[in-house]
Design a protein around this ligand. Structure first.
Ligand SMILES: Cc1cc2nc3c(=O)[nH]c(=O)nc-3n(C[C@H](O)[C@H](O)[C@H](O)COP(=O)(O)O)c2cc1C
Length: 363
């Protein structure tokens, strides 16, 4: 099959990244994305992304080596831009009380405690640089422009995440090669910069053309894209590629608990919610008991990473037991459109659907 049916802007970004199709499997931190998934997407002509966000540099290093043993195609590694942690304030007793009740129900001693990380963002970034990773992406803000320059000089394509035009402009000014425009439909955490005053709530269909009109670097549309129709729509809006997360959670090579996949399967268009209750940072997931119990206390929940640490043992135990009531079931608004396939097959289906959608529009 010829890949040349993709529009010009998409073909340009594909050739800059060394890939065949403008389809990026989103990085999804939390042990969900395996090296096998990344390699399968890249081998199929898309761009696989490995999420290093929560990981010790040694683990990122071994994952990169594993990916390299499975593919000689380009792939991305993604990191979180660290936030300054607000010192002092103890979490509200009502939050602690509610979490303690849930901990008992799921069989752990109690809420967790914030721990000091044994590594820094710079340690993680050094592994990305030392391994000559072809594409580096990031979220939750921006690294130092000097770090972006070093990466660019080494030939690394650098992509930041924006949830508003202002953030996209900052990424362009800092020297990024591309910007992922993340609409409100997206599963997982909002990539909003810490200094952005109000959480942008702009949907993909409104955000992508506005960012495309305001920056010269390629835009990658992200949020709510699940099939060829969504891909073609994003390209029509001015995107040069798409980044799809939820769609790849159901890929055979992903490591997602069955209870989570069942929740996705049983979800409908109104099942997800954007909330701070799981981690202290706004993220979209499927509503469950944890959300219902905590929703009233949302305003009292401490900021990320404190709430993340408090809830981690509860969510981890629930994940291990396959108890969807107390897990964080991250998923985007279009989760019901998920399909279970090996990743290469999914990429092939997406390519065929995109071609069909483009032809359909022309007929
Ligand atoms: C489970 C999950 C985890 C995610 N983790 C990350 C991450 O580590 N880094 C990142 O840049 N984006 C992360 N995202 C956001 C994705 O990059 C992307 O914006 C989102 O998946 C797009 O929306 P969709 O899920 O509707 O396709 C995550 C998304 C999900 C669903």
């Amino acid at each position: 099959m010829s890949e040349n049916f993709w529009p010009k802007e998409a073909r340009n970004l594909c050739s800059a990244l060394g890939i065949k199709h403008p389809i990026i499997q989103a990085p999804m931190a939390g042990g969900l994305v395996t090296p096998e998934l990344v390699a399968a997407v890249s081998n199929a002509g898309g761009l696989g992304s490995y999420p290093g966000g929560y990981l010790h540099p040694d683990l990122i290093d071994s994952a990169i080596k594993k990916i390299r043993s499975l593919t000689n195609k380009p792939f991305a590694v993604n990191l979180f831009i660290p936030e300054k942690v607000a010192e002092g304030a103890a979490p509200s007793p009502r939050v602690v009380q509610k979490l303690s009740e849930m901990a008992t129900e799921v069989g752990v001693a109690g809420p967790g405690a914030p721990a000091h990380e044994s590594f820094t963002f710079e340690d993680q970034l050094a592994v990305v640089m030392d391994n000559g990773v072809p594409v580096f992406s990031f979220t939750f803000g921006m690294p130092d422009p000097a770090q972006i320059e070093v990466l660019r000089r080494k030939g690394v394509a650098v992509m930041g995440t924006a949830t508003s035009v202002a953030e996209a402009r900052k990424l362009e000014e800092a020297g990024c090669s591309a910007v992922a425009a993340q609409g409100i439909e997206a599963g997982g955490h909002r990539g909003t910069f810490p200094e952005t005053p109000h959480l942008p709530m702009t949907g993909t269909i409104a955000l992508v053309p506005q960012i495309a009109d305001n920056v010269r670097i390629p835009v990658v549309a992200s949020g709510g894209i699940m099939d060829g129709r969504g891909i073609v729509a994003a390209l029509a809006l001015g995107a040069s590629a798409v980044q799809m997360g939820t769609a790849f959670l159901s890929a055979a090579e992903a490591s997602v608990p069955e209870a989570w996949l069942q929740a996705i399967k049983q979800s409908d268009d109104t099942s997800t919610v954007l909330t701070r209750v799981y981690t202290g940072k706004y993220a979209r997931g499927i509503k469950n008991r944890f959300f219902e119990d905590m929703a009233k206390l949302e305003a009292e929940v401490p900021h990320y990473p404190v709430q993340h640490a408090l809830t981690a043992p509860i969510r981890a135990a629930a994940k291990a037991k396959g108890d969807a009531r107390f897990m964080s079931l991250w998923a985007g608004q279009a989760a019901p459109m998920s399909r279970r396939h090996p990743a290469a097959e999914l990429v092939e289906i997406l390519v065929e659907e995109s071609r069909g959608a483009l032809e359909g529009l022309r007929s």
